[in-house]
Design a protein around this ligand. Sequence first.
Ligand code: NAP
Length: 306
Amino acid sequence: MEKVIIAGGTGLVGHHLRKLLLENGHKVMIVSRRPGKDTQTWNDLDRNGIPEDTTAVVNVAGENILNPLKRWTPEFMEKVRSSRIETSKKLVSYISQSKSPPKVFASISGVAGYKPSPTEVYTEDSLVQDFDFLSKLVIDWEISSKLPENVKTRQFTVRSGVVLAGDGGMIQQLYPSYFLGGGGKIGKGTQWLPWIHVNDLAGIFHHGIITDSVNGVLNGVSPQAITNKEFSEALAKSMSRPALVPGFVNEATIKVMFGSERAKIILEGQQVSPDRTLKNGYVYKYPEISDACKAAVANFAIKRSV
Ligand SMILES: NC(=O)c1ccc[n+]([C@@H]2O[C@H](COP(=O)([O-])OP(=O)(O)OC[C@H]3O[C@@H](n4cnc5c(N)ncnc54)[C@H](OP(=O)(O)O)[C@@H]3O)[C@@H](O)[C@H]2O)c1
């Protein structure tokens, strides 16, 4: 049985990871900005460090980049950066200073460091490049999560694709337009959409926590590469709705909603392969987009409660 701390455990990924860990008999404590049940605040950790019996620490905290209610201002961009980098630095510092460091430290990052391309296939060994705000964020985020060499805690990082779930993330945002029969590809539709079902993302973290040989970078994407158009067709089919060409939410709407820099997350894409994730023995529950969409849609009405 592991005693796991999840920073960002109140969010979409953290909630599903917590649920999976509890189902598997582990103990979980959340780190949050707000106090709550089975929760420590960041201020608590600043004062006391991580509890000495902690065996695993996970960081999945971060200001929601695709919040349509937040404009892409310099202030918001700084919050997006600091909520990832400062939380990572804090956890690295608590672990480094702990008298009995945890066995494993796991963190999340994204696939935005792989430059969008129609032809390139990126694995964990591919070069991560600094070509825009988000790619630089991924690089700095991963650097800030690195433990010093003298700390013996095992470490791995999951570079996540777009997370598919019924209770948050992209499907929740798209659901109303698909429900009204206006869903469809966004932009050209030929752009790759690296994706993962939330249960598999939680599953990769769980597998990494309990498997002593897992370390380094794991791509948190499904092995099935799909385009934005193929995703829209699978989602529409899972909801017994048509996939329009284009849908209600077109390229121009996305640019107005998010600003052109953030819109790139949706309008451009890269093909990412989870080579190391598979080699490290993770078995996907939802390797096919049709099953992942069906599961997410079936879960849509279920409200999250931590
Ligand atoms: N969802 C995706 O498609 C996706 C894809 C790739 C990577 N990721 C990454 O995975 C992580 C988790 O994603 P998610 O979808 O679970 O996000 P989420 O639902 O928005 O939850 C993130 C959690 O981070 C904490 N947080 C938010 N703003 C913060 C701030 N300014 N300072 C400190 N903590 C803050 C919040 O916890 P408290 O309010 O309790 O403090 C929140 O519950 C993020 O870092 C995200 O970039 C997500």
